[in-house]
Design a protein around this ligand. Structure first.
Ligand SMILES: Nc1ncnc2c1ncn2[C@@H]1O[C@H](COP(=O)(O)OP(=O)(O)OP(=O)(O)O)[C@@H](O)[C@H]1O
Ligand SMILES: [Mg+2]
Length: 611
């Protein structure tokens, strides 16, 4: 709701990061990792440095062994105990190296668990702070999917890469220092040969990520088809309409489209990586060749020759690994940027705004209200005006698509008007604090949700604060006309509904509607009750019962009822007839019948059907 919020409905198809953004993202990744567990982060840091020191120590000990052996051969006598001790030292170093590496992996797996919890929770928290309009936009789903994709693994990956970079740097400094004594040129040669690998990594990372972003709608459609084919509530249509095979064919087509591009990328990777490996091998063996010749000419000792080979290899793999880590860091940052874009800036509007209006006796007032859905060619509502004082009841009538449900979403502040305004107690809805505003309403939606929870919880969702309050469930179930259904179920209000979980049972369409009606009576503090088609799926007896109780139940509250069955609205204080988004008539039932307009003819048509 706030203006500072980034536009989540903007297309998500660009990607390119500068060094400053990468640094910024890396810092965020480290902060995330740290905030998930400082002790584990510290432990991993320490183990990484040790991991860098061990190979250098091993190379040095190898050289000492070889030189001791060579000296022994030259002098004709060796000290077996001294030699064995040095070999034992090297063995111990190798053992310690393994231990360190496993300890690091262990700590990382623990940290990963903490991190996924932190990140998944932040994504969910962000989702619930968004506007309804955000959820009705394809680009938003692209962004949400991109944010979720690998979101939990990338921050730790960045922290790991930083750790690896530190370890590689330690190895490089150690190796460069040892090599400086007898082969100062080797280090720069190996660096230059490995640079190519870095360029390749960055290029591939960018192409990979661009590919994912470009194809995100395709991937979402694939996931959607998988979901459709795997849902119990879709299964009957899928089977009877024979939709299974065509949908699988569609899935395969989409999959092939993505695979073709992924294959092209894989071929490119193979070609580039082969060139890099070739260059690195040439550099390594040139340096090694030099060492062999120098040892043959006795410029360096045999021990130095052996150590140089080890150091060249370690140097080369450390440089290659450091540079490819930098490339991978780029890739991680690209993925992390999807997450941070999604999470960035909280919706501050939830904390400010008024808690009450200046005139509690004014109720709901709608002034020249217009609304057009984004991208729609014509408005769903146009110049709608009416006044509903507190405690009065409004009936809404109109053909399908005339704008009734849209009007409800505007009256409850779920959408903001594109023209005109809605006032509650004399204050524009946009000036209310959103949570204070929402507590004033209890709404039964036309397309209410069938949660895979227990029956009681399905009623309880009507008021989150009492989600698990059995006394409230029971009272609301009675008021919503759900008592018969509850009595017939084996575990009453504790019966699990739906088939996704153990022992679930399903309800009929009309019974579900009674659940939704009961839900509307959970929020006892709400003074405005809105029912959108509350009885459309009910049988005549259930409908008559609900209607006969409605006037009692709504006593003292402001009420808005939408119904195609005009008998339901008969007792409303005002009836509003919507046609193509505009009010075509308004008045009491008697006045509208007397005027002989659209309402009168609709009423006459329905009445005739029963005669
Ligand atoms: N979320 C949406 N995004 C875009 N357009 C929408 C959306 N919801 C509804 N519309 C369009 O707005 C118009 C009014 O829809 P609305 O749901 O308000 O009608 P209604 O009067 O409640 O109809 P019904 O009697 O079928 O429930 C329709 O033309 C519909 O296509
Ligand atoms: Mg509707």
């Amino acid at each position: 709701m706030s203006a500072s919020r980034p536009d989540l409905t903007r297309s998500a198809k660009t990607n390119r990061l500068g060094p400053r953004q990468i640094l910024h993202l890396t810092r965020q990744a480290v902060q995330l990792t740290w905030s998930s567990s400082p002790p584990l982060t510290l432990a991993i840091g320490g183990l990484t440095v040790l991991q860098g020191l061990t190979p250098i120590a091993i190379a040095w000990v190898s050289a000492v062994i070889l030189d001791a052996v060579a000296a022994g051969v030259r002098s004709g006598g060796t000290d077996p105990f001294a030699l064995t001790s040095i070999v034992a030292l090297e063995a111990a170093l190798v053992g310690i190296g393994f231990g360190i590496s496993h300890a690091r992996t262990f700590c990382e797996s623990l940290l990963q668990l903490r991190l996924s919890r932190t990140i998944e929770t932040r994504i969910l928290e962000r989702s619930i702070s968004l506007d309804l309009a955000d959820f009705e936009n394809a680009a938003f789903y692209d962004r949400l999917t991109l944010a979720r994709q690998e979101a939990a693994s990338r921050p730790l990956a960045i922290a790991q890469r930083l750790g690896d970079l530190c370890r590689d740097t330690v190895i490089l400094i150690g190796a460069a220092a040892l090599l400086a004594g007898f082969a100062p040129f080797a280090f720069p040669v190996l660096v230059v040969a490995a640079l190519n690998g870095f360029v390749v990594e960055v290029d591939l990372a960018r192409r990979d990520h661009a590919h994912v972003r470009r194809r995100i709608s395709n991937l979402r459609m694939q996931a959607y088809i998988q979901a459709v084919l795997g849902r119990e509530d879709h299964a009957k249509e899928i089977k009877l309409f024979g939709l299974g095979r065509p949908l699988i064919d569609r899935f395969v087509r989409l999959h092939d489209l993505v695979s073709r591009e992924a294959r092209r990328l894989a071929v490119r990777r193979l070609a580039l990586v082969s060139i890099t490996a070739l260059l690195a091998t040439i550099a390594l063996y040139s340096a090694y060749g030099w060492s062999v010749i120098a040892a043959a000419a006795s410029t360096i000792s045999l021990g130095d020759m052996a150590m140089s080979m080890l150091l060249y290899r370690q140097c080369q793999s450390a440089i290659a690994s450091a540079l490819s880590r930098l490339g991978a860091l780029y890739s991680d940052s690209l993925y992390l940027s999807n997450l941070t874009e999604f999470l960035s800036s909280r919706d501050i509007a939830h904390e400010d705004g008024a808690l009450t209006g200046p005139d509690a006796q004014d109720g709901l007032r709608v002034e020249h209200l217009s609304f057009r859905y984004p991208g729609a060619s014509r408005p769903a509502l146009e110049d709608v005006s009416f006044h509903l004082p507190p405690g009065r009841h409004l009936g809404l009538v109109g053909r399908n698509g005339s704008g009734k449900t849209t009007l409800i979403k505007l009256l409850t502040g779920l959408y903001r008007p594109t023209g005109g305004r809605v006032l509650l107690d004399g204050r524009d809805l946009s000036d209310w604090r959103p949570d204070a505003l929402r507590r004033r309403y209890s709404v039964m939606f036309q397309d209410f949700i069938r949660y895979q929870f227990t029956l009681g919880e399905n009623v309880g969702v009507g008021e989150a604060a009492y989600l698990e309050d059995e006394a409230r469930w029971t009272a609301a179930a009675r008021e919503g006309g759900l008592h018969d259904t509850v009595a017939r179920l084996p575990r009453g209000l504790h019966t699990q509904l739906g088939h996704w979980f153990d022992d679930g049972v399903d309800l009929s369409g009309g019974q579900w509607q009674a659940v939704a009606a009961a839900r509307a009576w959970m929020r006892t503090c709400a003074d405005i009750l809105i029912l959108d088609e509350p009885t459309s799926a009910m049988d005549a007896v259930a409908e008559a019962e609900l209607i006969s109780r409605l006037s009692d139940l709504m006593k003292g509250r402001t009420g808005i009822i939408i119904s195609h069955r005009l008998a339901t609205l008969r007792r409303s204080d005002i009836i509003l007839v919507l046609r193509n988004g505009s009010v075509s008539e308004q008045g009491t039932h008697d006045a509208l019948i007397a005027s002989g307009g659209e309402y009168a003819s609709l009423f006459e048509a329905q009445a005739a059907g029963y005669r």
